[in-house]
Design a protein around this ligand. Structure first.
Ligand code: GTP
Ligand code: MG
Length: 151
């Protein structure tokens, strides 16, 4: 099984959408391993989004992501990296399908509510940036045989 890093961005917090968004991950059957509410430093966000350094939207992106607290989380599940990005919908909410988080709840690319890692290597890199190892729990759910055919 894969792990991924999910962050509820400052607009999700300000708009009171934490419960709604977390609920979608829980109902999907994903397994929560870590959760914390953090005011990210500029340095952390610059590292997190280093692949976008030099893009025209980079400065605005860093300002947006440091504008208030973020809910950082680690989740586990089968194919969770691609599956969680499907739950989020397209980067630009105006192009995101109804039923997705961005499609249902957002309208603009610069206020798109949530981040999900885009590859296994980036997931591990991002988990390491945002979490200490002891902040990520390993625990077993009684429900697991009802979510995963093979355990
Ligand atoms: P993340 O999960 O946040 O990484 O989004 P993504 O993987 O769907 O998109 P990408 O990594 O390409 O872009 C990172 C973030 O930069 C996006 O989520 C947007 O918030 C922002 N962004 C990307 N492209 C644009 C753009 O063209 N204009 C603006 N204003 N913001 C952009
Ligand atoms: Mg991305």
């Amino acid at each position: 099984v894969e792990r991924t890093f999910i962050a509820l961005k400052p607009d999700a917090i300000q708009r009171g959408l934490v419960g709604d968004i977390i609920n979608r991950f829980e109902r999907k059957g994903f397994h929560l391993l870590g959760l914390k509410f953090v005011q990210p430093s500029r340095q952390l966000v610059e590292k997190h989004y280093e692949e976008h350094l030099g893009r025209p939207f980079y400065e605005g992106l860093v300002n947006y992501m440091t504008s208030g607290p973020v809910l950082a989380s680690v989740w586990e599940g089968k194919n969770i990296i691609s599956s969680s990005r499907s739950l989020l919908g397209a980067t630009d909410p105006s192009k995101a399908a109804p039923g997705t988080i961005r499609g249902d709840l957002a309208t603009q690319v610069g206020r798109n509510l949530v981040h999900a890692s885009d590859s296994p290597a980036n997931a591990e890199r991002e988990i390491g940036l945002w979490f200490q190892p002891e902040e990520v729990q390993s625990w077993s759910r009684a429900l697991k045989k009802w979510i995963n055919e093979e355990n």
